[in-house]
Design a protein around this ligand. Structure first.
Ligand code: 5GP
Ligand code: ZN
Length: 117
């Protein structure tokens, strides 16, 4: 069922504490942790505790939690003392999505090229 934990999902396992992660912030609805393969000096993933395949599915199924992710992006940026930062939601394998549990990448701490690759 939409939102229910998935046995084969890495990020559900991180939410449940079954896979370790360097957690930097937690709320009732979200968990934020450092990306294992950082692409910038600050590279943090923010995930909803509930399982949805991507950001759009989350926004449809639990819109208040999608908003929480964006609020948490600012909170992470504040904690990391980032004046500017980028939030990325890769959606679909062709765009580089490899984990099909919605997540926001928060990137900062270096110049960020626009348009992105
Ligand atoms: P995507 O490619 O789906 O947009 O983002 C998935 C992200 O999860 C990648 O940036 C990847 O480095 C990160 N990642 C994959 N496995 C792990 C893990 O076990 N722990 C952490 N902290 N990050 C992971
Ligand atoms: Zn999941």
């Amino acid at each position: 069922m939409a939102g229910e934990p998935q046995d084969d999902c890495l990020f559900c396992k991180i939410v449940e504490g079954h896979v370790p992660a360097t957690i930097v912030r937690e709320t009732e609805t979200t968990v934020a942790f450092r990306d294992i393969n950082p692409q910038a000096p600050t590279h943090i993933l923010i995930i909803p505790r509930v399982h949805y395949e991507n950001a759009a599915a989350l926004a449809s199924g639990a819109p208040e939690v999608a908003a929480d992710l964006l609020r948490e992006a600012q909170a992470v940026a504040d904690d990391e003392k980032l004046e500017s930062y980028r939030v990325v939601f890769n959606t679909g394998a062709g765009a580089g999505q490899t984990v099909f549990h919605a997540h926001a990448h928060v990137l900062g701490g270096r110049g960020l090229q626009w348009p992105p690759g």
